[in-house]
Design a protein around this ligand. Sequence first.
Ligand code: CP
Length: 305
Amino acid sequence: MNFVGKSIISINDMNKEELDYILVKSKEVKEGKWKNTLSGKIIATLFFEPSTRTRLSFETAILKQNGQIIGFASSDVSSTKKGESLSDSIKNISRYVDAIVMRHPVEGAARRAAEVSNKPIINGGDGANQHPTQTLLDLFTINEVKGHLNNLKIGLMGDLKFGRTIHSLLMALSFYNCEIHFISPELLRVPDYYYDFLKKKNVNFYIHEDFREISKDLDILYCTRIQKERFSDPIEYLKVAGSYKISKEDLKYLGESTYLMHPLPRVDEISPEVDNDRRAIYFDQAENGVYVREALLGLVLGTIK
Ligand code: CP
């Protein structure tokens, strides 16, 4: 399996063997097998859109493996503000560093960056499109609690229209013969493109509006925030804001082994009183993001094999 020099832009660019290999290496990182894998490497973290977990877990991963970081957490402090194009910024920064992690509000921005970069680009989220490293840590976490990824029943709930974590995750689940249950208000359903994708892959999927109908049978209930920033019309947002919320009371609708996941940040989809339930594993997900990102950087830079 050779990831050296490869950009990680979309789960759709990867095959099952590659995903499985990254998960194996991530486990080895978590077990402490790999040390100093980024020593002598400089990695740029370019965040043109806000982030807490993705940026800081990548930066933690780099520091843990003794790499060095340059970058910015907001386009306001880069020459984007003066009108520099993304292509020019990437052409320039790729001459400084060994790899670039970037997040951008425009769909396709990471792919465009990869076309002009002579160093690997890792997509930390491009608009409502893809968030492949989130999916890797989601798969890693599911595998930890379930012991495997095959034939699971996965509920994907919330903003399925704009949620890039959903779009990446459903593509990955198609490799593992999972049954997908989409749960959202009608306005927030997955774009048709993804239904067509799943049909082509012969993935069984079902559409629901209320998680209470189905949650007892699920292995995973994966919740997402309604992406207020992606609505062009605030009235449309108000129609769906707060349309679902999991409180401590609602935990009775989950099965004993239905794990509750969320990529975070949350707004009000899951009440904080749920956090102490043993099935709430969203902070484990966030922690696992560090191990997975350590592994991924080592793989694309050829220091983890
Ligand atoms: N899960 C995730 O992408 O979180 P951030 O937006 O905080 O990076």
